[in-house]
Design a protein around this ligand. Structure first.
Ligand SMILES: Nc1nc2c(ncn2[C@@H]2O[C@H](COP(=O)(O)OP(=O)(O)OP(=O)(O)O)[C@@H](O)[C@H]2O)c(=O)[nH]1
Ligand SMILES: [Mg+2]
Length: 294
């Protein structure tokens, strides 16, 4: 499974990427502001695998892994970065939403940021549809092919939905429509986890993020979930192991390391009851299945 990290600038994407993949890529305060793309694997920590490995000492221990892609932040109205192949074929989007105050950016406004990001996804899809519709129209004018006429009708309908600000993940498709749309890798069609990146001091309020930031309507959307992290401090937790990690977690009042929470949110997102004709998420291993919704 592949997860695309997405978000407005300086929301904490690279910090979360490092946390999930165990990398140590420089976060924005230090880097040059160059647009970069990072990819890595998140290893799903599974205590059962560790226990079995300790018992049987196999030559190789296999953990469930996730591929994670970290994009440079996108700004409102500037979404060229979204047109990256590694990103377009992600199975789900993990939207890192700034919920901490920043010297330069000011107080957090998660609801506004989520709406702005959604608008960019919708506009990106509209561009793709408009370009394809132009080609189809020219082609049909030359020679009328039934398949193209059908595709034209389907895309015209999706265009209307997008123009009404409905993301494609909330549009019910017939199997035929789903088949036609699949190849476009529409961004607003991907399941999305809005992950509130909280200030360290608010770490105990993670579960109340929806009410605190007025996200009820967003949370009710199809193929949508709201989760949380406090990326900087939780990345520190992730560096520790065993008893030391457990002690730090207890001090913060946390039950589990962030990677468990975030990845189980991703699984819950992909397994969410939603629209009938969505392509099933790629096959799961049994270790992965343990991260299904509890
Ligand atoms: N207070 C606080 N600051 C954070 C948190 N997460 C990230 N930051 C800070 O926000 C800044 C940006 O973090 P990055 O992880 O580089 O953000 P990004 O979204 O990758 O940034 P771009 O790639 O430039 O868009 C860094 O200085 C982080 O230390 C957090 O949970 N709390
Ligand atoms: Mg970054």
């Amino acid at each position: 499974m592949k997860i695309g990290l997405i978000g407005l600038a300086k929301s904490g994407k690279t910090t979360l990427f490092n946390l999930l993949t165990g990398s140590s890529i420089a976060t924005a305060r230090y880097d040059s502001g160059r647009a970069e793309l990072h990819t890595g694997m998140a290893r799903v920590p599974d205590p059962r695998v560790d226990r079995l490995a300790a018992l049987f000492k196999p030559r190789k221990t296999t953990y469930a892994t996730f591929e994670v892609v970290d994009l440079a932040g996108i700004a409102k109205g500037e979404r060229a970065g979204l047109d990256t192949k590694e990103f377009r074929n992600a199975d789900a989007l993990l939207h890192v939403v700034r919920a901490f105050a920043d010297e330069a950016l000011g107080a957090p406004a998660p609801k506004r940021d989520i709406e702005d990001l959604e608008t960019e996804l919708i506009l990106a899809d509209l561009e793709v549809i408009e370009r394809r519709l132009e080609r189809l129209e020219a082609s049909i004018k030359k020679q009328r092919k039934d398949a193209e006429v059908r595709e034209q009708a389907i895309l015209a309908r999706l265009k209307t939905d997008l123009e009404g600000e409905t993301p494609l993940r909330a549009v019910a498709l017939t199997p035929d429509e789903a088949r036609v749309t699949r190849g476009f890798t529409f961004l607003s069609q991907k399941p999305i986890l809005h992950c509130l990146n909280l200030d360290e001091k608010a770490i105990g309020e993670g579960a109340r993020g929806v009410e605190r930031f007025g996200l009820e309507a967003i949370a009710a959307g199809a193929w949508t979930r709201i989760g949380w992290v406090s990326a900087v401090i939780e990345a520190e937790v992730a560096q520790l192991a065993g008893d030391e990690q457990r002690a730090f977690l207890a001090e913060l009042g946390l039950k589990e390391p962030a990677i468990h929470r975030v990845l189980s949110d991703c699984y819950a997102l992909l397994g969410a009851p939603g629209l009938r004709t969505r392509r099933a998420p790629s096959t799961r291993t049994s270790a992965e299945a343990s991260f299904a919704p509890r």
